[in-house]
Design a protein around this ligand. Structure first.
Ligand code: UDP
Length: 301
């Protein structure tokens, strides 16, 4: 998502400093950028960072975001949500910059209301395996609001729902790269549990458009940005098979602990405040993503 946001910002004429410690990212995703307004710095934002130059906006997207990544990197996930957010809020305060936190639908945990409005406080297991991500992001929201209220830092909070598109890692373990990779390789599609759990998938260009609009708005409470088109995972697997024209089987695997049973954003606030709603449908988004993974597999063969 970060590289797509860099593309959008450069397209709008901004100067961009992109920071990543590459724990889950890859510089391949920014290789296409050829601009003297772009700088990449390899840095871990859990360590403080200072800039002599004036920074106007800070987008804090740093974190492992795939369940298998944050299960593999539990301490780093907690540290980047806590210390990373603290360091960047300090930078925003010092620079007088506007700060946007990339929060998540995971703050709603395994929700007991569907769709989820921003007013819902969530149902999170703090000591479960997903707690490292959910609680880090909940803490990140809390410290963002504290810097806003106590220090007057200009802050924004976006709650990002499942997002997909080109430049995801094919092995990042999330359902979109898993299913597309499995279908392209002729392997079985691994549906966890009975596949009745739901998710709503947002194409990356829609997501970064919503994030940019929020940054440029004057709204300082959390805003859900995601696609409300909700599907069961089993329906989703069938859809991927149909679009790819694959005759792969569906195979059932154990449901991960605390896997949310439903997820769908209520996007009334994003519509009202940002004039935003997604425009890329699931078929179109999946076709574009599939094209990317096809090229990726061909080049790495
Ligand atoms: N899932 C699945 N098969 C996979 C990967 C994921 O059935 O190979 C399910 C997973 O259990 C969850 C949903 O798909 O219910 C979305 O999983 P993902 O890891 O993409 O993100 P999450 O929404 O859980 O953060």
């Amino acid at each position: 998502m970060g590289s797509h946001l860099c593309d959008l910002l450069l397209g709008k004429g901004h100067e961009v400093i992109c920071i990543d410690n590459l724990v889950t990212g890859n510089t391949r995703n920014i290789e296409h950028i050829d601009s003297d307004k772009f700088t990449y710095l390899k840095h871990d934002i859990t360590k403080p960072i200072y800039f002599g130059d004036k920074i106007d906006y800070i987008f804090h997207l740093a974190s492992p975001a795939s369940p298998i990544d944050y299960l593999d990197l539990p301490i780093q996930t907690l540290k980047v949500g806590a210390l990373g957010t603290y360091n960047l809020l300090g930078l925003a305060k010092e620079q007088g910059a506007r700060f946007l936190l990339a929060s998540t639908s995971e703050v709603y945990g395994d929700p007991q209301v569907n769709p989820q409005p921003e007013s819902y406080w969530g149902n999170v297991n703090p000591i479960g395996p997903r707690g490292v991500y959910d609680e880090a992001k909940r803490y990140a929201e809390a410290i963002t609001m504290a810097y806003h209220r106590y220090h007057g830092v200009d802050t924004r909070i976006v709650r990002i729902f499942n997002t997909y598109g080109p430049r995801m890692r094919i092995d990042d373990g999330r359902v979109v790269p898993n299913f597309i990779g499995q279908a392209l390789r002729g392997e079985g599609l691994t549906v966890y549990g009975d596949g009745k759990q739901t998710r709503s998938f947002c194409y990356v260009s829609d997501e970064v458009d919503g994030i940019y609009r929020l940054m440029m708005s004057d709204y300082d409470l959390p805003v859900n940005v995601g696609n409300p088109d909700e599907h069961t995972i089993l329906e989703f697997a069938e859809k991927v098979l149909k679009i790819i024209g694959s005759d792969s089987q569906i195979v059932f695997r154990e449901l991960p602990v605390d896997d949310p049973k439903v997820r769908r954003p209520d996007i009334s606030r994003a519509k009202d405040v940002l004039g935003w709603e997604p425009v890329v449908g699931l078929r179109e988004g999946l076709e574009r993503t599939m094209g990317y993974f096809q090229r990726y597999l061909m080049n790495s063969a």
